[in-house]
Design a binder for this molecule. Structure first.
Ligand SMILES: [Zn+2]
Ligand SMILES: [Zn+2]
Length: 244
């Protein structure tokens, strides 16, 4: 079945990430031109040596919540810094954030054993402020995909299908197909991400959509499919954090 292009891009970077090259204004401009309804600004965390932290989250308070018809959500791509799933972003910043990605990056945390990597992702999923695992299909970190997806189901968290991975993380396809199939099996919601490091990549979902169509992925499990479905998720998130 053909999938609709998502209305929200939940993973985008600005130059404050260090190795990204556009401003928020440029990202929003491209998002508007492509007809997106919203973007989540998710610059890197203090664990990345070239990230300008805490400017990377603090600058967002000066950005309007909506511009050129595009909603702007405040997020971060936190690093998972140990095998228990501890995050690089500390509690003092949580109140500034609408959405938090948790990712493993080799430059921050070298890959462990399959069991250690799996534990790291499971630990992060259990963090009440974490919404989604970023590019979990990366071949650099071998994981027990079924165990990770089952934990996401248990915690009611999201799995990311990262379109950028198909270009920069060679060999991720098989893992991503496996994640997609198991998310479908266990009713785990996902989001599609451009992981844009330059404005022209904002809203670039083609690779992820193609992959999801090969497994006949259900549209209703894509949380970013519409503004309404994404905002409903954010309401659920607020309740989850309040009840923690
Ligand atoms: Zn990343
Ligand atoms: Zn990223």
């Amino acid at each position: 079945m053909k999938l609709m292009v998502p209305a929200i891009d939940t993973h985008t970077h600005t130059y404050l990430s260090g190795h990204a090259y556009s401003t928020i204004f440029e990202n929003i401009t491209v998002a508007a031109q492509k007809g997106l309804k919203g973007i989540v600004n998710t610059d890197h965390s203090p664990a990345m040596s070239d990230c300008r932290w805490p400017a990377a989250v603090r600058f967002l308070r000066n950005v309007p919540r909506e511009f050129m018809g595009v909603r702007i959500y405040h997020g971060v791509e936190a690093d998972i810094i140990d095998y228990d799933g501890t995050l690089s972003v500390t509690e003092e910043y949580y109140s500034l954030l609408d959405f938090m990605i948790a990712s493993l990056h080799e430059v921050v945390k070298p890959a462990g054993t399959k069991m250690q990597n799996t534990q790291a992702m499971i630990g992060a999923l259990n963090h009440p402020h974490v919404d989604i695992l970023g590019h979990p299909g990366t071949p650099a970190f071998e994981v027990d995909i079924e165990a990770v997806v089952k934990e996401a189901a248990k915690c009611n968290k999201l799995i990311e299908i990262n379109s950028h991975s198909f270009e920069v993380r060679k060999g991720c396809e098989q893992n991503c197909i496996q994640f997609a199939k198991l998310c479908k099996k266990y009713d785990v919601r996902i989001s599609l991400a451009s992981d844009a490091h330059m404005c022209f990549q904002v809203g670039a979902f083609d690779n992820a959509i193609k992959l999801l169509e090969t497994v006949d992925f259900p549209q209703e499990l894509i949380v970013s499919r519409s503004l309404q479905s994404f905002e409903a998720y954010l309401v659920e998130r607020k309740q989850r954090i309040a009840n923690k």
